[in-house]
Design a protein around this ligand. Sequence first.
Ligand SMILES: [Zn+2]
Length: 107
Amino acid sequence: MKKKLTLFVDKSMIDKAKKMGMNLSAVMENALAERLNVKAEVGVMPELILKVSCPKCQAVRNTSTLKRATCFKCGFTYKVYPKNGPTRIIGIVKGSRAILAKRARLV
Ligand SMILES: [Zn+2]
């Protein structure tokens, strides 16, 4: 069973890791598993890729986050799955509605 953990890491490192397309959850979990000398179950979290539309210019992009996405076209940053207000999700590229619902509870 997986549990959500919030870590405080220097922003510059997070930005760099994101730019490199690193899966930070997997990296952290692997490092922790190594320290604890247990086997990490990395990759158990099913993959979810969503099609989202920019509220400003309607440009469509794919994203794996339910948090914030930045529009490639106009640079506008918006919440993919806001607690209040309309969702920006217009389709599911990879995954299912069930995975989306499960992931939404962690937002
Ligand atoms: Zn846009």
